[in-house]
Each structure stands twice: as structure tokens, then as C-alpha cells.
Design a protein around this ligand. Structure first.
Ligand SMILES: [Zn+2]
Length: 144
């Protein structure tokens, strides 16, 4: 499934989740005063948007590649392919599953590196590159 198909499938799935959550809450929303409506709809939003964040993060992770160490260019070794992280976000609660790597050369811990990072680093390293390419190469991987 390519990225556009994956995005369309996620939007379709989350649309159905929203409709089901709203249908379940609707009778109570109709009986509530304005403050009660907002409270109940906020709960509906949290129940729906938490899974939306999970799906969006998973779709991003599908495009990640371990790449090379951003500090020394060494080989990154997989530490954990799907380390769970439970978060209470602004729009809902969710669990992210992210791959973690450690550099065999310098020991730097790195979360998943975007596939484009290597190309940007290569461009930055060959003949200096431009400042934006260097910033992109430095900014994509995150340290723990
Ligand atoms: Zn390294």
C-alpha cells in the first residue's frame, strides 16, 4: 500500500470511528446544556483524535529508514523496532510505537531516521551543500 492509499484508508477508518463515537454520544449531547455538550464532545474528540495521532505516527514511521548515525556516519544497530510510548496529548491519549537505534561507532541513541536524511547528508557532505540541506540532515534524527 503506497502512502496515498494508506492515508486514504486511515481517513476512512477514522471517519467511521468518529461517526460511531458521535452516534453513541448524541442522545446525551441533545439532553445536555451548553457546557455539558462541550464536555461530552470533548470526550468524543479525545476518543477519536488519540487513535488519529497513532495512525498518523504509524504512517510516518512506515517511511522511516535507519540511515546512518547523524554524529559520526557510523552504522546504526536496531535496539528496539517498536518501543511503545504512552502519551496524554492535547487531543487524546495514544501509544506510539517507534524504532530505536544505537550507533555502533559512537553509541548515540537515535529514533527512526527519515529515508531522506541520508540523501540530504550526502548532499551536505559532498562539496559542502547548502545550509538548508545541512540543517535538514542534522534536524531529522532525534536524540533520546
Ligand atoms: Zn555515531
Amino acid at each position: 500500500m503506497d502512502r496515498e492509499d494508506l492515508s486514504a484508508a486511515i481517513i476512512q477508518e477514522m471517519g467511521a470511528v468518529f461517526m460511531a463515537a458521535l452516534a453513541e454520544a448524541w442522545p446525551s449531547v441533545l439532553e445536555a446544556d451548553l457546557a455539558g455538550m462541550e464536555q461530552q464532545l470533548r470526550q468524543v474528540g479525545r476518543a477519536v483524535f488519540g487513535p488519529v495521532v497513532e495512525r498518523a505516527a504509524a504512517a510516518q514511521a512506515a517511511g522511516l529508514d535507519r540511515g546512518a548515525c547523524p554524529a559520526c556516519g557510523g552504522r546504526l544497530q536496531s535496539v528496539d523496532q517498536a518501543r511503545p510510548r504512552h502519551l496524554q496529548g492535547l487531543v487524546g491519549d495514544y501509544t506510539l510505537h517507534r524504532a530505536y537505534y544505537q550507533c555502533a561507532g559512537c553509541g548515540l541513541s537515535v529514533r527512526g531516521v527519515r529515508a531522506g536524511a541520508r540523501a540530504a547528508r550526502r548532499a551536505a557532505g559532498a562539496g559542502g551543500g547548502d545550509a538548508r540541506a545541512r540543517a535538514v540532515a542534522r534536524g531529522l534524527p532525534r536524540r533520546d
